[in-house]
Ligand binder design. Structure first.
Ligand code: ADQ
Length: 467
């Protein structure tokens, strides 16, 4: 069995469930194959170390898995991570050209760190290793590895959306970036729309030939592309819901809000998640459907995220002001419409919170997938489930058709859907939930990991060293 080598910007201890989606997903395959997980340590190199020129890998063994991490220089961190990954690729791939800051220094830092990763990873590789690279931080990694002579099978999975060609073309380095993807053997996207956008881009910009739905030929290479919607570990989440903290949280919330209709939102505080638009829609609900006053309560949990990027600071201030205004305008002595919590909630408490809520608002303006939508479904009582209101612009909308799909830019339409969710009959909720649960079980995180790795194993070995 080939050893699995996972490369991502950050690594995590795969034994800890708090490590989140990717760790849960790749843990089994890494354990089975005695795999290697390679990435940035999250630390900045001290100036003394940087001056000495040492850039040592730190290795840690966790069970049968080796974690190999390296520190970054301050300048590399600022240009590669803050500048290019989070200041260019994240906004543009989420269709937010207005928030992108293009700067040649950022692009240079991004390339430099990808070269550094390739240089440090190359000596650790064995000839039949299967390499799986994750996300937008590392798009050119395979091209850099190929330039160093690597002929292993290499797959790439993009966790965020792939924008349509005219938006992609706004990135000054778009040709280089998209061409770099052809150094992989397999490129996986979250949903079919992303595959369509990528194919349209390379057909129009690089005269790629579409051999069939899943094969594109350009730059002397044939690339396998497909959608692999990422899932959650449904059983683990159901167990969490039934665990001590899960039940305690559920009971505490039910008691506290016994006279209220609870709505929940759980997100990183990120402009892609549509949080201000969600608060507007909730305000619209109170305005248009007054029976919800003194009753409907939105708990919005927004965990702090990338606070050193300017756009996030503006969002934070905007949310403080919107939530303050709605509470000021509609609140009563014994009822606050919005409880806005700018913090992380312990993972063990999330299922109880989801289960106590009659409606979940998952309304991103753009999202690669959105795992909160799937977690909410998994946490429900199948005999009396809550209802999911889901943005049509989340990758998850392709799979979760039985949710109430909304356009998050349309506050009135979203308010209408929330009202419908709050008043939906138990029979309809049960039927919709059964279909949703079935789908997230069939395409859970294990399915996702195996489907991607099986496809990667099935691709032809690289014949050409560099595209
Ligand atoms: P994210 O943008 O981080 O991930 P998402 O898919 O929603 O978005 O995953 C977030 C995870 O963090 C969930 O497991 C959620 O429970 C947890 N979380 C979020 N806010 C939290 C809070 N305040 N407290 C505690 N836990 C919280 C990126 C892409 C997504 C894609 C995933 C996986 O942007 O589109 O679905 O990767 O590929």
């Amino acid at each position: 069995m080939s050893r699995l080598v996972v490369v991502s910007n950050r690594t995590a201890d795969p034994r800890k469930s708090a490590a989140g989606g990717l760790a849960v997903a790749v843990k089994e395959s890494l354990q089975q194959t005695g795999g290697l997980w390679f990435g940035w340590s999250g630390k900045i190199r001290s100036e003394t170390d940087a001056a000495e020129g040492s850039q040592d890998l730190r290795r840690q063994t966790v069970g049968r898995v080796t974690l190999a991490t390296l520190d970054l220089d301050q300048h590399d961190h600022d240009t590669y991570y803050l500048g290019y990954a989070n200041g260019v690729l994240w906004p543009v791939f989420h269709y937010r050209l207005d928030l992108a800051k293009f700067d040649v220094q950022f692009a240079a830092g991004y390339r430099r760190v990808n070269q550094l990763f390739a240089r440090k990873l190359m000596p650790l590789l064995k000839p039949d290793d299967l390499i799986w690279v994750h996300d937008y931080h590392l798009i050119p990694l395979a091209a850099e590895l190929r330039a160093m002579g690597c002929t292993n099978r290499i797959g790439f999975f993009l966790h965020i959306p792939m924008p349509p060609p005219p938006i992609m073309a706004a990135i000054p380095e778009h040709e280089w970036l998209m061409r770099s993807l052809f150094a992989y053997d397999l490129v996986g996207f979250q949903c079919e729309l992303d595959v369509t956008h990528f194919a349209a881009y390379v057909e129009s910009e690089a005269q790629a030939e579409r051999l069939d739905r899943n094969h594109l030929r350009a730059f002397n290479r044939t690339l396998h592309v497909a959608a692999y919607p990422i899932g959650i570990d449904v059983d683990e989440f159901v167990n969490l819901a039934n665990g001590k903290e899960g039940r305690e949280t559920f009971e505490a919330m039910r008691e506290e809000y016994s006279r209220r209709r609870l709505l929940i939102g759980v997100d990183r505080l990120d402009y892609s998640k549509g949080l201000p638009q969600r608060v507007h829609a909730f305000r619209e609900l109170l305005a248009q459907y007054p029976e919800n006053r003194n009753s409907a309560t939105l708990i919005q949990i927004a965990s702090p995220s990338r606070e050193d990027v300017d756009a996030y600071d503006n969002l934070r201030r905007q949310m403080d002001s919107l939530c303050g205004a709605i509470n000021g305008d509609y609140g009563e002595l014994d009822w606050m419409p919005v409880r806005y919590i700018h913090r992380n909630v312990a993972r063990k408490r999330l299922p109880g919170l989801y289960r106590a809520s009659r409606v979940a608002l998952v309304t991103p303006l753009r999202d690669g997938m959105n795992l909160v939508a799937k977690e909410y479904i998994a946490a429900q009582d199948p005999a009396d489930p809550g209802m999911l209101v889901l943005s049509r612009f989340a990758g998850a909308a392709e799979q979760l058709k039985e949710a109430l799909l909304v356009n998050p830019y349309d506050a009135q339409g979203t308010a209408q859907a929330i009202e419908r969710a709050l008043t939906m009959s138990q029979e309809e909720r049960v039927n919709r939930h059964a279909a949703l649960l079935d789908r997230i079980r069939k395409q859970d995180v294990h399915w996702w990991c195996n489907a991607f790795l099986d496809a990667l194993k099935g691709t032809e070995t690289t014949a050409v060293a560099s595209p």
